[in-house]
Design a protein around this ligand. Structure first.
Ligand SMILES: C[S@@+](CC[C@H](N)C(=O)[O-])C[C@H]1O[C@@H](n2cnc3c(N)ncnc32)[C@H](O)[C@@H]1O
Length: 252
């Protein structure tokens, strides 16, 4: 399985094409930080789960894009109101005009799916470009530091590092094979096979958003969000346990 796009088009397709409902963290973040009347896009929408749920809770101007055309077909079929604008698009080179959206949603690790440094930075800059001045952006990232401290995961990372050393692999340890594909354990992860996800360190995710020019106005991990709490700065977040995904609220 060479890359994430291939995985999403095949073995991981059904899982994301038909998924439903919002997590408690997603619901909180969307309802708290976004305006229901704002023109809003979801990046990497797959079967449209997030925007379809947003429609149910009263958001009125919704868009979604994904680089897998079959996901977009599926999302269109699921939108029985026919009022969400779904299009095929790659986060690294979008067709939307500058400043087209009031609000942009990059949840569920879309940036982490991009398998090179330049591609991830380009996608963040594209996100900035399509957002209007004063608009709101929501991002989430996989959290390397939290994962690497987990008792079962640390031995796996040490094992991966050894395999890569033996195989003279150039991939940094933050590129980790997908442990699950299609909701099931991916045994190929045991032999370090792609697709890889890129797991961010907290400071790195923060600096990457700054490099794309975003102002960061809220920051938290799953741990804080499950208590409906958002920090205003990296410094105050660091004083608490940082668990699960990282979430950022940004302004342009
Ligand atoms: C983990 S799934 C999340 C799907 C959906 N956002 C949700 O939460 O239900 C990630 C999605 O991002 C899409 N994706 C990954 N990289 C992308 C890129 N560079 N451009 C557009 N879509 C991308 C994948 O095709 C996949 O549908």
């Amino acid at each position: 399985m060479p890359n994430n796009k291939e995985a999403y088009s095949t073995v991981d397709f059904d899982y994301w094409a038909y998924s439903q409902n919002l997590s408690q963290q997603e619901k909180f973040i969307l309802e708290t930080y976004l305006d229901k009347k704002g023109k809003t896009v979801e990046a990497g929408t797959a079967g449209g789960r997030i925007v379809l749920e947003m429609q149910k809770i009263g958001f009125t101007s919704l868009y979604g894009f994904d680089y897998v055309p079959e996901f977009i077909e599926q999302a269109k079929q699921r939108d029985t109101t026919n009022s969400i604008s779904f299009t095929v698009g790659d986060a690294t080179a979008l067709n939307y005009d500058d400043g087209f959206f009031d609000q942009i949603i990059y949840l569920q690790q879309i940036i982490c799916c991009i398998e090179d440094d330049l591609g991830r930075l380009t996608a963040l800059k594209e996100a900035y470009r399509i957002l209007r001045k004063g608009g709101t952006a929501i991002f989430s990232f996989l959290n390397f530091e939290h994962r690497s401290r987990k008792p079962l995961y640390l031995p796996y990372l040490i094992y991966l590092q050894t395999l890569r050393k033996i195989g003279n692999s150039q991939w940094s340890l933050q590129y980790v094979p997908r442990l699950k594909l299609g909701g099931k354990l991916n045994l190929n992860s045991l032999v370090d096979q792609q697709p890889y996800m890129y797991w961010y360190k907290l400071e790195e995710a923060y600096q990457s958003l700054k490099a794309a020019n975003f102002d960061i106005v809220g920051i938290s991990s799953d741990g804080q969000l499950s208590q409906e709490k958002m920090h205003l700065s990296l410094e105050t977040l660091r004083q608490e346990p940082i668990k699960g995904m990282l979430y950022f609220i940004c302004k342009k």
